[in-house]
Design a binder for this molecule. Structure first.
Ligand SMILES: *Cc1c(COP(=O)(O)O)cnc(C)c1O
Length: 355
């Protein structure tokens, strides 16, 4: 399914921010893409418009009952100048498979990929050139029908905005993070929305994250919501541990977001011949692995940071220092993934879409 994308160009292009000071999610490009959904008509009127505020009825369902989800994708300008999107199809498929959990219409993944590609063609000059910068792509799906009864809305808006972002680490050197292990609050409950990139999951995570920041930690390690015994995710990233020679990540379920970076690391690890295991990981197992010296590395994975090494895991009664901070395995996945994204390593798995 392909929609014709209408293009209306801005008459007032913005100055590009300096690439040395992009930060994350602070700047937006000149245009955005919008597609409407009406229950009776399906998807219609795909259009690229000048970037600007949306007109929403104050009764729009998203503002009351939270039917909202999003994606996060990166377009990278390679060392050869070519702009490539990393795993575009997989991100579009994830949005399509998540929408039904929120009773929202699933955008056809091919339609969404086509719309994103058309927007990127208009905005290609906004993909920054400095090493380790990227254009972050944020597709968003919201319920727009003005109606206060509690039921799934009949009207939706799919839109895509773009943000030039700087190197997460300010350079090539990974910075390890200190993690607070949260044993009271919960990011996602069994049977809930945890496997979907729903805005509501972030609302649920803010308070514990803020408290951890105030206490001097960078992120929160989330445990299962039922008993707070099993590891789930770290901040907004999936979690990997190196236990002896084994690479382990918590098995997916309906409380863990199925990260594209997670899947990429598992694929690369298997290609290297490493033992990769997806299984439940209890905090008790980590504590004993730390005591026996088996816990070599901990790192998070996600589109924004790619790999985020963990140097410390701290609970109310225990402080676990992990390895040297930045471990060789986490670093090697960071190098391999960013190498593929920049076109300097072979894209053996067909992950890149050139624009
Ligand atoms: C987006 C996200 C991730 C990472 O997913 P990627 O596809 O690798 O970016 C992990 N956990 C949560 C909760 C997320 O929202």
């Amino acid at each position: 399914m392909k929609l014709e994308v209408r293009i209306e160009r801005t008459s007032a292009p913005k100055a590009h921010p300096p690439e040395s000071d992009l930060g994350f999610g602070r700047h937006f490009t000149d245009h955005m893409l919008l597609v409407d959904f009406h229950e009776s008509q399906g998807w219609s009127d795909a259009r690229v418009l000048p970037y600007g505020p949306l007109a929403l009825d104050p009764a729009a369902a998203v503002l009351h009952y939270g039917q909202a989800m999003f994606e996060g994708i990166k377009a990278i300008r390679g060392d050869d100048g070519v702009v490539r999107v990393f795993r575009l199809e997989r991100h579009c498929q994830r949005m399509a498979s998540g929408a039904p959990r929120l009773c929202m219409p699933a955008p056809d993944p091919e339609m969404l990929a086509h719309c994103i590609t058309e927007l990127l063609k208009v905005e290609s000059d906004w993909v920054p050139r400095a090493r380790n910068t990227a254009l972050y792509i944020r597709p968003t799906l919201i319920a727009t029908e003005p109606f206060l009864g509690v039921r799934p809305a009949h009207q939706y808006l799919l839109y895509v905005i773009l943000s030039p972002v700087g190197s997460y680490y300010g350079g090539d050197t990974l910075k390890p993070v200190r993690i607070w292990v949260e044993t009271h609050q919960t990011r996602a409950a069994k049977g809930g929305l945890g496997a979907v990139k729903a805005g509501a999951n972030y609302a649920s995570s803010l308070q514990a994250a803020m408290r951890a920041k105030k206490d001097g930690y960078d992120q929160v390690l989330w445990l299962d919501g039922a008993k707070h015994e099993f590891l789930e995710e770290v901040g907004t990233m999936n979690l990997f541990l190196v236990l002896g020679d084994e690479l382990v990540t918590p098995a997916l379920g309906d409380t863990i977001l199925s990260g594209v970076t997670r899947d990429s690391i598992i694929t690369l690890a298997k290609a290297r011949g490493m033992t990769v295991t997806e299984r439940p990981l209890s905090l008790a197992e980590i504590v004993s692995a730390h005591e026996s010296g088996k816990l070599k590395e901990v790192f998070g994975s996600g589109t924004a940071a790619v790999v985020s090494p963990v140097s410390e895991l701290v609970t109310a009664d225990r402080r676990m220092i992990v390895g040297e901070g930045v471990g060789p395995i986490g670093q090697s996945f960071y190098d391999e993934l960013t190498g593929i994204q920049h076109g300097t390593r072979r894209d053996a798995h067909g992950w890149l879409t050139a624009i």
